[in-house]
Write a protein that binds this ligand. Structure first.
Ligand code: FE2
Length: 171
């Protein structure tokens, strides 16, 4: 593994496994040392985790700063109980978070894990977000026949994948 502290980025080169950007180069000082310390903790064992294990949640990222966790965890706004096959408003938003070309939320996906369905999840929506023009916030209308759990997934180009979930009961 090789760490490159470029002019504006800290990049980790993993042998046989491509490279990984850790984020903006914070310049000299304690923050840079913490980036490099974190880079040194990344091993091949981390890199070959199953896909589900590389998705952060507010609780799983407990070691990260609260601000980072709050600014990346999707917020799901929807009723906790709905009627079968009756459309309801579902809002998913992320942030406040930077919305610049070099650092932004690039997309949001919404899934539904339906109770007693043989295969899950059902993909409900994908929202692509153009930095500086679009905001990471979307309202969709959804109809469900059975109770289940809404999962929202977002991708930040510097800080990876973050998810959140909300249970919805059909009564
Ligand atoms: Fe970010």
């Amino acid at each position: 593994m090789q760490i490159l502290a470029r002019r504006d980025r800290v990049v980790v080169i993993l042998r046989d496994c491509g490279s990984l950007e850790l984020g903006s180069n914070p310049g000299p000082g304690p923050k840079k040392r913490s980036y490099i310390k974190r880079a040194l903790q990344i091993t091949m064992a981390d890199a070959i985790k199953d896909f589900g294990e590389i998705i952060s949640t507010y609780d799983l990222a407990a070691g990260e700063a609260v601000g980072k966790r709050e600014s990346h965890t999707p917020k799901i706004e929807a009723p906790g109980a709905v009627k079968a096959n009756e459309a309801f408003e579902l809002k998913v938003s992320v942030g406040p978070h930077p919305n610049k070309l070099e650092h932004s939320i690039r997309w949001i996906e919404v899934y539904f894990y339906e109770e007693r369905r043989p295969f899950n999840p059902i993909m409900i929506s994908r929202i692509d977000i153009t930095p500086e023009i679009s905001e990471p916030s979307a309202i969709i209308w959804v109809k469900i026949a059975k109770s289940g759990v809404i999962h929202a997934l977002e991708y930040c180009n510097l800080h990876g994948l973050w998810s959140a979930k909300k249970e919805i009961t059909v009564g």
